[in-house]
Ligand binder design. Structure first.
Ligand SMILES: *C/C=C(C)/C=C/C=C(C)/C=C/C1=C(C)CCCC1(C)C
Length: 242
C-alpha cells in the first residue's frame, strides 16, 4: 500500500517551473554520478578506493537530499533551506576530507583536515542563521560565513595545504590546483545565491536570480566536478604505476 502510494504520488512540474526542473535534473545527475563513482571503485588500488568512495558518498548524500528537496519544492513552492543545509553540512566536510586524503602522500596531518572541517561548518552554520533564523541580519551572517570561506581559500591556496601539495608534486600537485580553483570559483557561486535570496544592500544586484537555481548549479559543478578531479587523479597515478 505504502509503496503504491509512493509510486502514485508524482507531482506535476509546470513547464515554466525552472526551479523544480533544476531540482529534478540535479537529483538525476547526483544519482548518475554516484553510480559512476561506486561502480568504478573496484578498479583502483586500496589507497585510491577510499578517495573514490568519498566522491561517491558526496554525490549520493546529495542525491538523497535532492530527492527530498525536489519533493519539498513541488509541495510547497518554497526553498528547502533545512534540507539544503543538512546536505551541505555533511558533504562539504567530506570535500575537506578529500583534500586531506590526496595530501596524505606528503604527510598531511589530521589537524589540517579538522581545521578545514571546522571552518566549513562555521561557514555553513552562520549561512543557515542568515538564511533561516535571523534574516534581518543576513548580511552580517553572510559576512562571517564569508570570512570562514576565505580562511579555507587561504589555507589551500597559500598555506599548509599548498606546501604539502608542492612536496607531493606531480599529479597530486596538479589535482590540488584544480580543486583550489573549484573552491575559489565554484564555491563563490553560493554567496551569489545567498545574496539573491536574502534581504540586504545587495538585493538590487542579485535579486533577479533565483537562490535555488544558483545553488543547484553550484552543487552540480562542485560535487560532481570535485569527484571527477579525484577520479582523474587516481586514474593518472595508477596508469603511471602500471
Ligand atoms: C556541495 C556543496 C557545497 C560545495 C557548498 C558550498 C557552500 C558554500 C561555499 C557556501 C558559502 C556561503 C558563503 C561564503 C556566504 C553566504 C552563506 C553561504 C553559506 C551561502
Amino acid at each position: 500500500m505504502n509503496t503504491l502510494l509512493l509510486l502514485t504520488e508524482v507531482s506535476k512540474i509546470a513547464p515554466n517551473d525552472y526551479v523544480g526542473f533544476s531540482f529534478f535534473v540535479g537529483c538525476m545527475a547526483m544519482m548518475a554520478a554516484s553510480a559512476f563513482f561506486f561502480l568504478s571503485m573496484n578498479s583502483f588500488d586500496r589507497k585510491w578506493r577510499v578517495s573514490i568512495l568519498v566522491s561517491g558518498l558526496i554525490t549520493f548524500i546529495a542525491a538523497v537530499h535532492y530527492w527530498y528537496m525536489r519533493d519539498y519544492w513541488s509541495s510547497f513552492a518554497e526553498s528547502p533551506v533545512f534540507f539544503r543545509y543538512v546536505d551541505w553540512v555533511l558533504t562539504v566536510p567530506l570535500m575537506c576530507v578529500e583534500f586531506y586524503l590526496i595530501l596524505k602522500v606528503a604527510g598531511a596531518k589530521k589537524s589540517l583536515m579538522w581545521k578545514l572541517i571546522l571552518l566549513s561548518v562555521v561557514m555553513l552554520v552562520t549561512g543557515y542563521f542568515g538564511e533561516a533564523v535571523d534574516r534581518d541580519n543576513a548580511w552580517l551572517w553572510g559576512l562571517v560565513s564569508g570570512l570562514a570561506y576565505f580562511w579555507i581559500v587561504a589555507i589551500i591556496w597559500f598555506g599548509e595545504a599548498k606546501k604539502l601539495a608542492q612536496q607531493a608534486g606531480g599529479y597530486v600537485l596538479s589535482a590540488h590546483k584544480t580543486l583550489c580553483w573549484f573552491v575559489l570559483v565554484g564555491w563563490a557561486i553560493y554567496p551569489i545565491g545567498y545574496m539573491a535570496g536574502t534581504p540586504g544592500w545587495y538585493e538590487s544586484i542579485f535579486g533577479g536570480l533565483d537562490l535555488d537555481v544558483v545553488y543547484n548549479i553550484g552543487d552540480a559543478i562542485n560535487k560532481i566536478g570535485f569527484g571527477l578531479v579525484i577520479y582523474n587523479l587516481a586514474v593518472q597515478v595508477q596508469s603511471k604505476n602500471a
